[in-house]
Unconditional design. Sequence first.
Lengths: 137, 130
Amino acid sequence: MAEAKTRPVSPEARRPLSPHLQIYRPMLTMMMSILHRITGVALYAGTLLLAWWLVAAATDARAFDTATGVLTSFLGRIVLFGFTWSLFHHLMGGIRHFIWDTGRGMDHPEREYLAQATWIGGVALTIIVWVVAYTLR
Amino acid sequence: MANDSNYMRTTARQVRHLGSAKSGTHHVWHMRLTSYALLPLTIAFVWIVVSLVGKDYNTVRTALGSPAIAITMLLFLLTGIYHMMLGMQTVIEDYVHGEVAKTFSLMANTFFSICVGLACVYAVLRLSFT
């Protein structure tokens, strides 16, 4: 162990490494890429709520009332609002990928517009759906 | 031969000319396929859920069990669960590097996806047939 400490640093170890996340200046396209993954993972966990709601509906009225009671509580609504936003943000990110699939939208100003459209679209659709849901209720 | 300490050939050299596994694009293709399917299915799913907000138990039961809604829900659930299983597989492969931890995470991902998917599908079918 002692000799390992005194060993001189090899040239390989001193070579400059490519910059990693903490070195980069935050960019919108980068944020959208990270958010796409985070919302995907959030939706993964969110399927448990969907499964609970569906299984409760298939069980009986009491189970259903318990599920809807929790889901429509104050905390439940915050979680469902996050669920809705995750779904729409991920959906908008998916549409961005569809555009990229055609080979378009990867150059300079287009990719910035697409990144902006992704987050604005996600937020807008979330608000619209919640306003509609509250109006129809 | 590979155990010989003087053996200098890379593993790539050993498998060259044996051909590809023919499954390299399978994951990405299924990811594209499911994401295209999920665009209309997600809109339909949100439409169904919003229309059921605040409705009483019997209304929700009848709606979810009606053929058009049940079929749409089943398509959304099966496509969505498969899509999320593929997505989480990529996340695990990116961040979990220990061989044991990675294998167990990938197993857990498959088990979780199948359990949640089966529970959802069972519930919709039960609402449809009872």
